[in-house]
Design a protein. Structure first.
Length: 154
């Protein structure tokens, strides 16, 4: 990956709907060169996919919760079972296996407190081997970015 690839990725992270011609003009490359670079980055798995970013408020999912989960035991089977089950929960947009007092941190988006309670009672705590949970309710989203900072290491 070179500086042009990094610049291209930065532009795509800002707006992936730009045309190859727009990207080429910005980078000083031909449209063919931009197309080939994008295809190479996709093949290598650097670009994993393209998505639409949805406004949580407009789809009635603005109540965001960060939930820590502690497992009863840390056996391989328990860890893998929890990870399989949490992937099925549509309310969970992100799940991280973490160090510290809790084993996992989940980012959950639902309509309101009632919906969160329903989610906890019927879905999350129904997963076997959960020892405890701790929830923090988001008061204000100060920064939300999907972009990854890219810098040339030369």
């Amino acid at each position: 990956m070179d500086a042009q690839d990094e610049s291209l990725l930065t532009l795509l992270q800002t707006d992936s709907k730009r045309t190859n011609k727009e990207l080429a003009n910005h980078l000083g490359l031909s449209t063919t060169a931009v197309f080939e670079r994008i295809k190479r980055l996709e093949r290598k798995g650097v670009i994993k996919g393209y998505v639409a970013l949805v406004d949580r408020k407009k789809v009635n999912r603005s109540f965001m919760v960060l939930c820590h989960v502690k497992l009863i035991q840390h056996t391989k089977d328990n860890v893998l079972q929890f990870e399989r089950e949490v992937q099925k929960l549509e309310e969970v947009s992100e799940c991280f296996h973490t160090s510290g007092d809790y084993d996992y941190m989940l980012k959950i988006s639902v309509a309101d407190m009632d919906a969160y309670r329903q989610f906890m009672v019927t879905k999350l705590t129904a997963i076997k081997n959960i020892g405890s949970t701790q929830s923090a309710f988001v008061i204000k989203e100060v920064k939300n970015s999907t972009a990854i900072l890219l810098q040339t290491l030369t």
